[in-house]
Design a binder for this molecule. Structure first.
Ligand code: FES
Length: 684
């Protein structure tokens, strides 16, 4: 038995597992403000105070808290807010909020020491950075976090109790009350885990789960295979198992026997391009996953290469290529050619991919899913499980980040729902951090070969770009397409996009799919050209985009900054370390979802605004409250915002830069209409 004190309450812990960590234990008792992210002591999301010292709950065995005083974020509730919490609210030092409790606990520990040793002083940013170096924020809310801790330590929030928080749901997030899908718990809930392929390319001949199913506490197993039963990357999901708890589920996976017919594999783009390499999608009917957002252009397949057939942003492509080829054979000094590589980049949202599924009866389903689209996902689930749309209720109250990887319904959703149906009990399936980093998607890697031809004055004459995308078994490379779209209409240009399909996990859409790779390469190409021609990089940009007034204003502003004016252009030339000041300007289109519906209504508690969108940390709740307040002419704190439920009127996905644009206008209009109607009623 372990005797300890948690948030001031004496506790006697019995039946704890010897391997159980403090973070796991706390969460199992409902103290879900303590988050588990990396589960390896790196990110600090699970930070708690043990006798006042910040510690990673995920590294502490539960017996470590024998005789200790433990504090979690729940100790600092809305009635007992710490100055650090108030400062975080005021400075908006949070987005999705999943890292926030960990930052608060580290921040409180630093605040207490700072105020004791340096009363009335303000800590430097470096001191704060050092104190918070054990905490990571995936959303990148560091500027607000640092400002908050600095002003809290300086005593600015010691006596302030009325906080104006820019973010609608800030109080829920800074007290650990915000409920994420990973926190969802039904009393009879089972835990599901995923069985993955150990080969990069194979046919699954047989799966025998009988030994695993005979283990006490194991409830069900289901296969998760495509019709062809072929796996195309190591780690591809082939089944899922549900058990009474995670330990039982994970240990039982090893008892499942899988018979593979192993095929030769092409792991990586070099292997996929090599002579005699195995073809990953043979035959005519191929259905590769898509790593770009939305549509892809038709392509011509050549073994593992897929060349985009359409070039909508090219202009006089043959002429452009002819000019480049000619300049190359003439050794024209105004032809500059460079190759740019970018590695893959994983999304790793702080809340993992997670689903908790519960069948209310054989035709009615409640799904808690960490998703970027409550309506879209509910529809996909209804189709997949042959249900009426209205019989699927999808809930995503708070979402700990998505970054593009939580669009649609991924494997944890299908696995949890299937296992819940088989067991007739609620089932949770989530990806651990290794799975999250390896199999949950990534921004594809790219090789982009750029050729630029200028005249003697540096005017752009022609360009050609060929990009090779590495999205594993997925397709959707459009890096050259974006470079083409980014250039003035009259410039002749050839744009070639090629996918190199190989036996690696599929990439997936990631914040502005294809855009960052394209603009990263293109902006560097402009710098390379400026360097080659001995021209100022800002002046060259203005020369190449003469009609773009907005871009010129941004460039003029950048040129006026001291950091640009005082830069040392030779910095690092003679050193191992190259340092410099760079500049780039980019643009991104946005989408308006015209099907969006927003309801603004009134009930005795006050005004509410409701739509079937979700807030992944991007501030959708705040935006809706602001819009309804503007339309009705009252303050935002009188408005209740209801999002994150597919029961609400059709709302947009948090993808394609569409949520904010699509909900704001309808919310203002709905509030105005309600006000007009109420005024008419009063006058009547
Ligand atoms: Fe820090 Fe999202 S706010 S991870």
């Amino acid at each position: 038995m372990i005797h300890t004190t948690i948030n001031g309450e004496q506790r006697q812990l019995t039946n704890t597992h010897p391997d159980e960590t403090v973070a796991e234990f706390l969460r199992s008792t409902g103290l879900t403000g303590t988050k588990i992210v990396c589960n390896a002591g790196t990110c600090g999301a699970c930070t708690i105070l043990v006798d006042g010292t910040p510690m990673c709950g995920c590294l502490l065995p539960v017996h470590h808290i024998e005789g200790r005083q433990v504090k979690t974020v729940e100790a600092f509730s809305a009635e007992k807010l710490h100055p650090v919490q108030r400062a975080l609210m005021a400075h908006d030092g949070l987005q999705c909020g999943f890292c926030t409790p960990g930052f608060i606990m580290s921040g409180i520990a630093f605040y207490e020491i700072w105020q004791r040793d340096h009363p009335g002083e303000t800590p430097s940013r470096d001191k704060i950075a050092a104190a918070l170096s054990g905490n990571l924020c995936r959303c990148g809310a560091y500027a607000g976090i640092y400002d908050a801790i600095q002003s809290a330590c300086a005593g600015e929030f010691d006596s302030i109790t009325e906080i104006v928080a820019p973010r609608y749901e800030a109080l829920e997030k800074i007290t650990g009350r915000a409920r994420y899908t990973i926190d969802q718990h039904y009393s009879d809930q089972l835990e599901g885990v995923i069985l993955r392929s150990i080969h990069p390319h194979a046919k699954i001949i047989n799966i025998d789960a009988s030994e695993a199913l005979a283990i006490p506490g194991v409830f069900a197993f289901t296969e998760l295979l495509e019709n062809d039963r072929i796996v195309r990357y190591t780690g591809q999901e082939i089944g899922a198992l549900a058990a009474v708890d995670l330990r039982t589920a994970r240990s039982s996976l090893s008892k499942i026997k899988v018979k593979y017919q192993v095929y030769p594999a092409a792991v990586g783009t070099q292997a996929a391009k090599a002579d005699g390499t195995p073809v990953i999608y043979p035959g005519f009917f191929r259905k590769p996953p898509i790593a770009a957002e939305g549509m892809t252009f038709p392509g011509r397949w050549q073994k593992n290469l897929r060349v985009s057939l359409l070039k909508p942003t090219a202009k006089s492509a043959r002429k452009a290529q002819r000019m480049i080829n000619q300049a190359r054979s003439n050794h024209n000094p105004n032809l500059i050619e460079r190759t740019f590589h970018n590695a893959i980049q994983v999304h790793t949202p702080w809340e993992p991919h997670v689903c908790v599924a519960k069948w209310n009866d054989p035709q009615h389903l409640t799904v808690h899913l960490s998703t970027q689209s409550v309506h879209g996902s509910a529809h996909v689930i209804a189709e997949h499980f042959d249900l009426e749309d209205e019989n699927v209720i999808l809930v995503a109250e708070h979402i700990g980040g998505g970054f593009g990887s939580k669009q649609g319904v991924t494997v944890e959703g299908i696995a949890a729902i299937t296992l819940a149906r088989l067991t007739e009990r609620p089932v949770r399936v989530f990806l651990n951090r290794l799975e999250e980093l390896s199999f949950a998607g990534y921004r594809p890697g790219t090789e982009a070969i750029l050729s630029v031809l200028t005249d003697d004055e540096g005017h752009l004459q022609a360009l050609s770009t060929t990009s090779w995308g590495d999205a594993g078994i997925a397709i959707g490379n459009g890096v050259s397409f974006f470079i083409g779209a980014y250039n003035p209409e009259e410039i002749p240009r050839n744009t070639i996009d090629i996918d190199v399909i190989n036996n690696n996990p599929p990439g997936s859409p990631f914040r502005g799919p294809n855009g960052p790779q394209a603009l990263w390469a293109w902006e560097q190409m402009i710098d390379e050209t400026a360097h080659h021609l001995g021209k100022d990089p800002i002046k060259l940009r203005k020369q190449w985009y003469p009609e773009d007034e907005l871009r010129h204003k941004l460039l003029d502003w950048a040129a006026s900054l001291p950091v640009w004016q005082n830069r040392d252009t030779n910095q690092g030339e003679d050193s191992r370390f190259k340092r410099g000041v760079g500049l780039s300007v980019s643009a991104w289109p946005f989408i308006y979802n015209g099907n969006t519906k927003v309801t603004v209504g009134i009930r005795k508690e006050g005004l509410y605004v409701k739509t079937g969108t979700q807030d992944i940390g991007t501030g959708t709740r705040t935006l809706l409250a602001t819009a309804a307040a503007q339309g009705f002419g009252i303050a935002t704190d009188h408005i209740q915002v209801i999002v994150g439920n597919s029961n609400a009127p059709l709302g947009p996905a948090s993808a394609g830069s569409q949520a904010a644009n699509s909900v704001y206008g309808p919310a203002v209009s709905a509030a105005q209409m309600l006000k007009t109607e109420l005024l008419t009623l009063v006058q009547d």
